[in-house]
Design a protein around this ligand. Structure first.
Ligand code: PLP
Ligand code: COI
Length: 362
């Protein structure tokens, strides 16, 4: 499959006024404002991928019987574009998002999108909305590619029509609290079971995480943490981020990719950077009991969450039904800060990219 699909361009007839846009870009928050355009590509059994367009951002026509509305046949991705100091625009590891998108597509019985078409769609949108990069420190343009089943059919089987879309949203900090470290709630609910869809980035996983997330918020925490489904003992991941544990001897642990957690691209990048720093990093199961004991003994000194939206965020406090405990000083740790600085310098074009992770837009 090749990406040689022509993109039709329909410019927005009334784009956002420059003064309004400037206000949004100075204080973007996360995920509430969208740029002037979006990308749409359709798929059908007879035509395959067709009708690629960059068009004005807006509602999409959808039959009320569309499968996505009934059986949640939907997958998505999240990645960021950055404005580099030399003025160029760049994506971070978009090929990795393309591969994960297709892994999700296979799990949800959806058609795969050629990787170069996935990346080209994103590039087309970033170029069309190049004036939408936030002006705040740490800002970026968050891209949300997704695919939905559009066939009007109520039988339960894979749909025969799909739409791939990309929207863009100027992004600042994911966490509103602005606290130096976040607090997490260990849920009694399960996110993903062996053989389920935990490793796929499908909307259904997030729907199932909303009650536990609301519980976490109601108790004053910033994020929810899920344990494994079988023993309710082993740390898996947060609602929208992977986790790393940093020990007093300088080594790190992150839960292994057993099929129930999302294979984070930030996780993978940090594994590489930490190993390059000469640190020992183990992808190994780690239990909540051990975590509590190691935090109490001082063996465990830092914990951080990582993901595209959250970047690298220190975890200061953990709570479950039995009480809470603090990690280290409860604030950002040194190694967390160092790894975050290494990663963001590469993403932002402030340090050399020796891994071929940065994809500059022409
Ligand atoms: N885990 C979950 C459940 C997520 O939603 C995300 C965010 O995409 C991550 C982990 C981190 O993945 P990535 O680093 O690729 O953004
Ligand atoms: C991302 O980090 O891109 C995600 O999709 C996670 C979500 C919580 C915003």
């Amino acid at each position: 499959m090749s990406a040689s699909l022509p993109f039709a361009h329909v410019p927005h007839p009334a784009p956002t006024a420059a003064a309004v846009r400037a206000e949004v870009l100075a204080n973007p928050g996360f995920g509430t404002r969208f740029t002037d355009h979006m990308v749409s590509i359709d798929w059908s059994e007879d035509k395959g991928w067709h009708d690629a367009q960059v068009l004005p951002y807006g509602p999409i026509p959808l039959d009320p019987a569309a499968s996505v509305l009934h059986y949640a046949q939907e997958i998505f991705e999240g990645l960021k574009a950055y404005r580099h100091p030399d003025g160029s625009m760049a994506l971070f590891r978009p090929d990795a998002n393309a591969r994960r998108f297709n892994a999700s597509a296979r799990r949800l019985a959806m058609p795969e999108l050629p990787e170069d078409l996935f990346v080209e769609a994103i590039r087309q949108l970033v170029r069309a909305d190049k004036d939408w990069f936030p002006t705040v420190e740490g800002g970026s343009l968050y891209l949300r590619p997704f695919m939905i089943a559009t066939e009007a059919f109520l039988g339960v089987r894979p749909a025969k029509q799909y739409k791939f879309l990309v929207i863009a949203s100027p992004a600042g900090n994911y966490f509103k609290s602005g606290a130096p470290a976040v607090s997490i709630w260990v849920s009694d609910y399960t996110r993903a079971a062996p053989g389920g869809t935990g490793a796929a980035k499908c909307g259904g996983n997030y729907a199932a995480s909303l009650v536990p997330t609301a519980e976490a918020f109601a108790q004053g925490h910033d994020q929810v943490l899920f344990l494994d489904a079988a023993e309710h003992k082993w740390i898996e991941e947060l609602g929208g981020m992977n986790l790393f544990f940093v020990f007093a001897d300088g080594s790190l642990i992150t839960p292994p990719l057993t099929g129930t957690i999302l294979p984070g691209i930030t996780r993978d990048s940090l594994l590489t950077l930490a190993r390059e720093e000469g640190l020992t990093v183990r992808e190994e199961r780690y239990s909540l009991d051990q975590w509590r004991a190691d935090a109490a003994s001082g063996q465990l000194v830092e914990v951080f969450a990582c993901g595209t939206a959250a970047v690298v965020t220190p975890v200061g406090k953990v709570a479950d039904r039995n009480g809470d405990f603090t990690i280290g000083s409860g604030g950002p740790g040194q190694l967390t800060g160092k790894l975050k600085a290494r990663l963001t310098a590469i993403q932002r074009g402030e340090a050399p990219d020796s891994h071929g992770w940065v994809s500059v837009l022409d």
